[in-house]
Design a protein around this ligand. Structure first.
Ligand SMILES: [Zn+2]
Length: 228
């Protein structure tokens, strides 16, 4: 353990807003480690540790990992990072917290350690734009090449540019399926935004612009908040 303070920055956004892309672009420039929750669990499951065993019990039963265990896995991961990266200024959390209960659990776990969240970045894109982005994807049945009806259309409709194969839409990408996933986000994740807005740490970034423009906006707004 080092005495160096850790900056906890959270990135939030609906599917299709480019949150993961932005997190990967922004984190290295601020000395932050991009921590996606899925990767976190994959790493601990591979490790030969007590925490790994605990997580495995839930995975094996197909059960959700409890929030307090997720938080312990996160802290263990940060301590390990700190040992290997003396230049680390903090972490950029991607995928956690996802709902109000997790946000509160994280707040109190941090408070117990005398720590707090530095900033929460919301990459926001209007819902109708997300629908357009997420339902436009087409995949070649033969070679797997991906297209987008609007943003990256094939030269001739319904046929793959590479191999001439037939293009289809995955069942996950139908308007009904996308509406359902977005609905879960707006219902569960939006309440945490109010939680952080009240704390004065929410940064809202318009994600409906060029990728690089969004990256610059996030960097600009985080610069003053992330200390090293
Ligand atoms: Zn093809």
């Amino acid at each position: 353990m080092t005495d160096q303070p850790v900056n906890y920055v959270i990135i939030v956004g609906p599917q299709g807003a480019g949150k993961g892309t932005q997190a990967a672009a922004v984190a290295p420039q601020l000395g932050l480690e991009h921590v996606a929750t899925g990767d976190l669990f994959r790493a601990i499951l591979k490790s030969d540790s007590e925490l790994g065993d605990e997580v495995r019990q839930y995975y094996d039963q197909g059960a959700l990992v409890p929030d307090d265990l997720t938080i312990r896995v996160l802290f263990a991961h940060i301590e390990q990072l700190q040992r290997g990266r003396p230049d680390l200024t903090g972490v950029l959390l991607d995928g956690f917290p996802r709902n109000a209960a997790q946000a509160e659990a994280l707040d109190s776990a941090l408070a117990e350690r005398g720590e707090a969240i530095s900033a929460v970045v919301l990459v926001d894109v209007p819902r109708d734009e997300l629908m357009k982005r997420l339902t436009g994807r087409l995949i070649c049945a033969d070679c797997g090449a991906t297209y987008h009806r609007e943003f990256n259309p094939p030269a001739s409709e319904g046929a793959c540019d590479q191999c001439g194969g037939e293009l289809f839409q995955r069942s996950d990408d139908t308007p009904e399926a996308v509406e359902k996933r977005l609905g879960i986000y707006y219902e569960q994740t939006e309440p945490i935004l109010d939680h952080y807005r009240e704390q004065g740490i929410l940064i809202e970034v318009d994600g409906n612009r060029e990728i690089n423009t969004v990256t610059k906006a996030i960097l600009e707004s985080l610069k003053q908040r992330v200390s090293n």
